[in-house]
Write a protein that binds this ligand. Structure first.
Ligand code: ACO
Length: 401
């Protein structure tokens, strides 16, 4: 606790906690992480069990409603989501305003924020039913918008959603269907993609979720709040790390070059870090990375592909985890380390990786946003600061300086 009266003659006391490493900003019943033990639970259920046995729609229901759905509830929920997958025709015009080489995350920030202009009927944040409709709309429309961002970048026509398909199957078809009628969803890829969505669904008060909560604390509409979360997620220290990790693996190239990059990561005069390694909370293996590594093998087997980059990634992990620097600092692979290898095997360009993260994290964002609005302790977020600038001084006219 810093007594600023002693420092700057101001009154009051507060904690100075850059990066919020020890300050809880809210209470939450959604997600529990034990970073020392490598445990991640959603509403009490271990991530490994959810990834192995459930579906992304089930996890969405769980996060939003607190309990796993019955078979009937799941069917109704999936049906409801599928009824909101279309986007307004006018929204397609937004895409055409971007350059073809625009980063799809730039497009996502703009287009998702613009949704608020189309849904004036779901912006009364104090009405639980409107909040739920806005949540459903966001979960349902993210795959459509993400697929449109991809299609725009490759110069292909947008595809309308096919609601006879699963949430994930529909997304794959809207993204890769050329022509749509001939596209058949590969069940193994669909399963892997669904699992990747589960692994990214929520992760308590990370930077983008805290951004969504902070934006929402002012009463901003949900579409604007999610757009703020997308903007925050884009950074390479957060959701942009999967793209950066794959780029790094490409740069390393072959296992022989790994020691050179390990040395650079340890060199304090070199800004280089091993991307996909380390985590603010996990000081043990990220449980999502374990599932992700297994999923790489399944996707490779299903698609009958080999990628030497996966061998490089495995060897990099092995070398890093036997190096004193990484052991002492408790730096382990995080969820982003292996996801890029799978996503590129499925056919996504690296620029789409963070978009997929945003698509999946939308349910976490809206669940956290809903929880915040209904929290009786909720207040507008307003961190304090430790002022270190000049004390009061007299203005000097420009001609006298
Ligand atoms: N490579 C090399 N050294 C590292 C790495 C890394 N990937 N990560 C942390 N370190 C070192 C730091 O240099 C620092 O060393 P020091 O104590 O000697 O100064 C120490 O470990 C602690 O690092 P901090 O940056 O203080 O830890 P913080 O908790 O703030 O950062 C972060 C966590 C941002 C994830 C960091 O580990 C990192 O930059 N990793 C690479 C990017 C990445 O993979 N991000 C994805 C995170 S998961 C997600 O968002 C889904």
């Amino acid at each position: 606790v810093v007594d600023i009266r002693k420092l700057y003659g101001q009154t009051g006391a507060f904690t100075y906690d850059p990066g919020f490493t020890s300050t809880a900003s809210c209470q939450s019943k959604l997600t529990y992480i034990d970073g020392d033990e490598g445990v991640l639970l959603h509403r009490g259920y271990p991530i490994g069990e959810l990834a192995e046995q459930s579906s992304f729609m089930e996890v969405c229901y769980l996060l939003l409603n607190g309990e796993l759905p019955t078979a009937d509830e799941l069917e109704k929920f999936s049906w409801t989501i599928s009824r909101h997958t279309m986007v307004h025709e006018q929204l397609a015009q937004f895409f055409r305003g971007f350059r073809r080489d625009a980063h799809p995350m730039a497009i996502m920030c703009g287009v998702v924020g613009a949704l608020s202009a189309f849904y004036h009927d779901s912006t009364d944040i104090h009405d639980p039913q409107q909040r739920m409709i806005a949540s459903h709309r966001l979960i349902a429309k993210m795959p459509t918008i993400a697929a449109m961002a991809y299609k725009y970048s490759v110069g292909q026509p947008f595809l309308y959603p096919d609601n006879s398909l699963s949430y994930t199957g529909n997304f794959l078809r809207m993204t890769f269907g050329v022509p749509a009628e001939q596209y058949e969803v590969n069940p193994a890829v669909e399963k892997a993609m669904d699992r990747i969505f589960i692994l990214h669904a929520d992760h308590e008060q990370n930077a983008s979720t805290s951004t969504v909560r902070l934006a929402g604390s002012s009463g901003a509409n949900p579409f604007a709040c999610i757009a703020a979360g997308i903007a925050c997620l884009w950074g390479p220290a957060h959701g942009g790390a999967n793209e950066a990790a794959l780029n790094m693996l490409h740069e390393i190239g072959t296992p022989e070059r790994i020691p050179e990059f390990i040395a650079r990561a340890k060199d304090k005069n070199d800004p280089f870090r091993l991307m996909g390694f380390g985590h603010r909370v996990y000081k043990n293996y990220d449980p999502r990375a374990t599932v992700m590594q297994k999923t790489v093998r399944e996707v490779f087997a299903a698609l009958n592909v080999q990628d030497p980059l996966f061998e490089t990634a495995l060897r990099l992990e092995e070398i890093a985890l036997s190096d004193d620097y990484f052991v002492e600092k408790k730096l382990f692979p995080n969820v982003d380390f292996y996801s890029g290898v799978i996503l590129s095997a499925i056919g996504f360009p690296t620029s789409m990786f963070t978009v997929l993260f945003a698509l999946a994290r939308t349910v976490g964002w809206v669940a956290q946003w809903n929880e915040m609005i209904t929290d009786p302790d909720q207040k507008i977020g307003r961190p304090r600061q430790l002022y270190t600038g000049p004390t009061q001084r007299a203005y000097v006219p420009v001609g006298q300086r």
